[in-house]
Design a protein around this ligand. Structure first.
Ligand SMILES: [Zn+2]
Ligand SMILES: [Zn+2]
Length: 234
C-alpha cells in the first residue's frame, strides 16, 4: 500500500470538479471535498440517513430494528446527491474510469478513521451478469473495489461469486419488485472464502441486491458480511 501511495505522490492529482490541484492524494481539491454530501448520521445496518441525536453513535432505523440482519454493517459515507450522481453516471454510462479511482479513494479515506480490527479480510464487488459486462466493458463496482483495496491493502475477490441471472435494471422498480427481480441472481463459485468480507457497490437504494448477495455469501460459509457503498440514495 505504501509503495502505491508513494508512486501516486510523484504524480500530481487534479480536482475532477474544478481542475485545481488535488489534496490528500484525491482527484478533488480541499474546497470541493468539503462540499460532498456526507451521510453524517446513518443506520448502521442499512446506511439510511437518520436525524442526528447527540450522544448516540450506533443507531438502527425502524425497519432494521424489526428485521434480522443479513448485512452486519453498512458503510455508506455519502448521500446520493450532487456531485455523487455525476461521478457515478460518468463512470457507468460514459465509461470515465477516473471516477472509479475517485470513488474508491473516497471509500477508503472515509474508512481509515475506523479501527482496522473491524475491517473485513477482503472486498467482494457486486458482480455484473456476463452479458452486461460484455456490453459495458467493465464492472464499475470491481473498479471501485480495486482502488479502495489498493489504498487500504485489502485483497479484492473478483471471481468468488457470479451473477447467474441477467436481471432487469433495478432503477424504477418498487421495493417488492426489486426483491423479486434479484432473488436467486447470484451463485458462489469458490469454496475458500474468508470469514469476514465487505461487498462493494456504487449506490445503495433499497439494499435488495446487497442483501441477496450477502445471503448467498452467508450460505456459502462467510460468517460476517458488511457492505461498503459510495453513496446512499434515500
Ligand atoms: Zn475542486
Ligand atoms: Zn436500517
Amino acid at each position: 500500500m505504501d509503495a502505491i501511495n508513494r508512486i501516486r505522490a510523484c504524480f500530481p492529482s487534479y480536482c475532477c470538479l474544478c481542475d485545481s490541484r488535488g489534496q490528500d492524494g484525491l482527484d478533488l481539491c480541499g474546497i470541493c471535498r468539503d462540499t460532498l454530501p456526507d451521510n453524517v448520521c446513518a443506520c448502521v445496518q442499512c446506511g439510511l440517513p437518520l436525524p442526528r441525536v447527540a450522544g448516540i453513535k450506533r443507531r438502527l432505523c425502524g425497519r432494521c430494528q424489526i428485521s434480522r440482519p443479513v448485512v452486519t454493517e453498512v458503510h455508506a459515507p455519502f448521500l446520493y446527491r450532487y456531485p455523487m450522481p455525476y461521478f457515478v453516471t460518468s463512470l457507468k454510462f460514459q465509461g470515465e474510469q477516473k471516477y472509479a479511482r475517485l470513488l474508491g479513494d473516497l471509500l477508503a479515506q472515509t474508512r481509515l478513521s475506523v479501527a482496522s480490527e473491524t475491517w473485513p479480510e477482503a472486498l467482494v464487488p457486486v458482480p455484473l451478469h456476463r452479458t452486461r459486462l460484455v456490453a459495458r466493458g467493465f464492472n464499475q463496482s470491481a473498479l471501485i473495489a480495486h482502488y479502495c483495496g489498493q489504498r487500504l491493502g485489502l485483497p479484492v475477490l473478483n471471481h468468488v461469486v457470479r451473477r447467474t441471472v441477467n436481471t432487469q435494471a433495478q432503477t424504477g422498480l418498487s421495493r417488492l419488485q426489486r426483491l423479486q427481480n434479484i432473488r436467486g441472481a447470484f451463485a458462489v463459485t469458490s469454496r475458500r472464502l474468508p470469514a469476514h468480507v465487505a461487498i462493494v457497490d456504487d449506490v445503495l437504494t433499497t439494499g435488495s441486491t446487497l442483501r441477496e448477495l450477502a445471503r448467498c455469501l452467508r450460505r456459502a460459509g462467510v460468517s460476517r458480511v458488511d457492505a461498503w457503498v459510495c453513496a446512499r440514495a434515500s
